[in-house]
Design a protein around this ligand. Structure first.
Ligand SMILES: [Zn+2]
Ligand SMILES: [Zn+2]
Length: 387
């Protein structure tokens, strides 16, 4: 059973919505135009309830089926990235320095497509909660929506979401039962010495050699402290210090990212960082401080919901185009907060060889939008069948 015919019929409308969203990217929680566009479409489709202003510009729309039953949550993210677009397409961003480089315009469109179909046909019992969230890229809009109580308020029993995947073949669907995306943490180390004239090192305490030793120390954590079969990234990505060639700077800092799946690995990393920072600071006579911030947790699919979602995916795209054992990713995703609150599954929809997400040449592939919308629609019809 391929893409839902009724959804294929309005594929051109979906492309038009997606391109409007692409031309009008907005960042973080400040998605006023985007939210107004989505809300208007949902009203036009005839959803039964529309609850706006959740996590500022997020919203939940409810579509009632033919009789009472459980509520399935379907989620799309709506925010763009602070990247200057270089696609050269007709529907390119009209806002300099902002672009939909992660395909959230496509995710929003797929969920709108499912909303239109489900509101029109209603071949299900129970309810659908359509969750449109802000600030996935930065700010944890998904966490804010959970904290504001959407799961209990709308009595959501399970949650499902889709991310596009440029590196996977067009129209294929991939996931696995268990962890699919990593936990992402950030660290920043500040090193304080004594600045002064560079020609008088005896009167200064240079923070730079201490910083360099700490960076090299951090680079040993993956190779020397981590069990090789445990996934781990420890990456210094910024170093900042100095203002002139003849001045020893008084301070310096470096920062970066840590990706893990296992809280025990996370604890090991923090312990090693603390030991390296304090030991190196003592050796070089500087003061140093580690600030370690836990970010999005790992995205973990529940087994039963994943088996069901994969079965629906096989219905929509065919068994040979579904991969239920994908290799988990070191990227992160704030849908993790929704999956920590309710059972469910996060899936990846292949785009077929476009530029990678977060690249200025990236553009969502409109051809896969009806597939994503059909997946959501079938999932509801099969999870909440009309008797
Ligand atoms: Zn992204
Ligand atoms: Zn994304």
């Amino acid at each position: 059973m391929p893409v839902v015919n009724r959804i294929a019929d309005f594929a051109e409308d979906m492309t038009a919505w997606r391109r409007w969203l692409h031309r009008n990217p907005e960042l973080g929680f400040d998605l006023r135009k985007t939210a107004a566009f989505v809300a208007q479409k949902l009203r036009d489709f005839g959803v039964d309830e529309l609850h706006q202003g959740i996590a500022q510009t997020g919203m939940v729309a409810i579509i009632n089926g033919q009789s009472s039953g459980p509520t399935i949550g379907l989620r799309a993210d709506m925010d763009a990235l602070p990247i200057h677009e270089e696609t050269g397409v007709d529907h390119a961003s009209e806002t300099p320095g902002a672009m939909h480089a992660c395909g959230h315009d496509g995710h929003t469109t797929m969920l709108l497509g499912a909303a239109r179909y489900l509101a029109e046909t209603r071949r299900f019992n129970g309810r659908v909660a359509l969750i449109f969230q802000p600030a996935e890229e930065n700010g944890g809009g998904g966490q804010v929506m959970v904290d504001e109580g959407i799961m209990d308020r709308f009595d959501i029993s399970q949650v499902f979401g889709i991310h596009n995947a440029p590196e996977l073949p067009e129209g294929t669907i991939h996931t696995n039962a268990g962890a699919v995306m990593a936990a992402v943490d950030e660290f920043r180390v500040t090193v304080n010495g004594v600045g002064g004239h560079a020609a008088y090192p005896q009167d200064c305490v240079d923070p730079i050699p201490a910083l360099v030793a700490m960076v090299q120390g951090f680079d040993t954590i993956v190779a020397h402290n981590n069990r090789p079969v445990d996934d781990l990234v420890v990456k210094v990505t910024q170093i900042h210090t100095g203002t002139a060639n003849n001045v020893t700077p008084p301070d310096a800092w470096f920062s970066g990212t840590v990706r893990t799946f296992d809280p025990a690995v996370q604890e090991m990393v923090i312990a090693r960082m603390n030991a390296l920072v304090s030991g190196t600071a003592a050796a070089f006579g500087v003061r140093a401080d580690l600030a370690y911030e836990n970010g999005y947790p790992a995205t973990i699919n529940t087994a039963e919901a994943t088996a069901f979602a994969l079965d629906v995916a096989r219905d929509v795209v065919g068994p040979d185009r579904v991969d239920g054992a994908m290799v988990r990713m070191m990227g992160a995703e704030d849908f993790s907060y929704m999956l920590n609150a309710r059972p469910g599954c996060y899936l990846f929809l292949g785009q077929g060889g476009t530029a990678f997400c977060h690249h200025p040449a990236y553009d969502f592939n409109d051809a896969v939008a009806p597939i994503g919308a059909s997946f959501f629609a079938r999932l509801v019809e099969r999870a909440l069948p009309v008797r």
